[in-house]
Design a protein around this ligand. Structure first.
Ligand code: NCD
Length: 303
């Protein structure tokens, strides 16, 4: 089975993930060697990095991953300077980039936009976040970070924060479900995981206290303010309840993994940064290697 576009975590199987992660591991191991670039043969290829929404890590890691593989990059993230500002449709922009590049990374504010783009694209599309839909490459780097630390599938993973609008949670939940991993969702009722992402092995909580001591992984997310039109809903979100600091994790497992897709806006106190339970900077670093493996896969196998 080959995957032409990376659109949703529904596309992945454990064997696809295993192969991708084996390549990621190889890439990570050679990343400090001098002949890094010579290993890959993508120097005639071009990646279009098309960002309709703000991004630091995703856009830079794709940019860096592409350059490290020998590709050149067309960065488009200031839409006001492109034809989008003149009212061009997403489809026409995708057709255009298909003439000038070999692979498109797309972040867009609309759920379903990556699928829409793939329908008219003659080159691979990578969904780098479609509104409150999915963020499959983030989920892959999250899972890579988890498996790097533990291969045990008999673990309990907790998600805490804005689970309604947070696309990274939607995608990672789907991946964990592939391995039948037990998941716990901790959020105020309004911000709970939408029905469409709920699976048999999920449990729902409003308070972290009741479940934290049992968790092996705690995945924290920020509230997605930019997606919430009715700002009065923000008042129902008592952010203190959904902040993690050293005091709160006093009774966690010693080897708890604390994860976050970043950016954080106060949900994880910086006093945790140097604690062995902090894994969010590992995720950030692994994003580079996982995205190199993804680009390499799409260029090699989906041609
Ligand atoms: C996430 C996103 O864009 O969905 N960021 C990221 O890509 N690492 C999380 C977020 O913005 O909260």
């Amino acid at each position: 089975m080959t995957i032409k576009h990376i659109l949703s975590c529904n596309q992945f199987t454990p064997s696809f993930i295993e192969n991708l992660f084996n390549n990621t591991k190889k890439i990570k191991n050679i990343s400090t060697k001098e002949n890094y670039y010579k290993k890959f043969n993508h120097s005639t290829k071009i990646l279009a990095n098309l960002f309709y929404e703000p991004s630091t890590r995703t856009s830079s890691s794709f940019f860096s991953a592409a350059v490290k593989l020998g590709l050149s990059v067309i960065p488009i993230n200031e839409m006001k300077y492109s034809s989008v500002a003149k009212g061009e449709t997403l489809e026409d922009t995708i057709r255009t980039m298909g003439c000038y590049s070999d692979i498109i990374v797309l972040r867009h504010f609309e759920k379903g936009s990556a699928e829409k783009a793939a329908k008219v694209s003659n080159i691979p599309i990578i969904n780098a976040g479609d509104g409150d839909g999915e963020h499959p490459t983030q989920a892959l780097l999250d899972l890579y970070t988890i498996f790097e630390n533990t291969m045990d599938k008999n673990i309990k993973v907790g998600f805490m924060g804005d689970l309604k609008w947070g696309r990274t949670v939607h995608s990672l939940s789907k991946l964990l479900n592939l391995y039948n991993i037990e998941t716990h969702y901790i959020a105020p009722e309004y911000f709970q995981l939408p029905e469409e992402y709920r699976k048999q092995n999920g449990f729902y909580h409003t308070q972290i206290k009741e479940i934290l001591p049992e968790l092996d992984i705690l995945y924290v997310t920020r509230i997605q303010k930019e997606r919430i039109e009715d700002k009065s809903l923000l008042d129902s979100y008592n952010s203190d309840d959904y902040i993690i600091n050293l005091e709160k994790i006093k009774h966690s497992k010693k080897n708890l993994m604390i994860m976050h897709p970043l950016p954080r806006v106060g949900e994880i106190a910086t006093e945790i940064d140097n604690d062995p339970r902090a894994f969010y900077f590992n995720q950030m670093q692994n994003g580079l290697y996982v995205r190199m493996a993804i680009i390499d896969y799409l260029l090699c196998y989906s041609a």
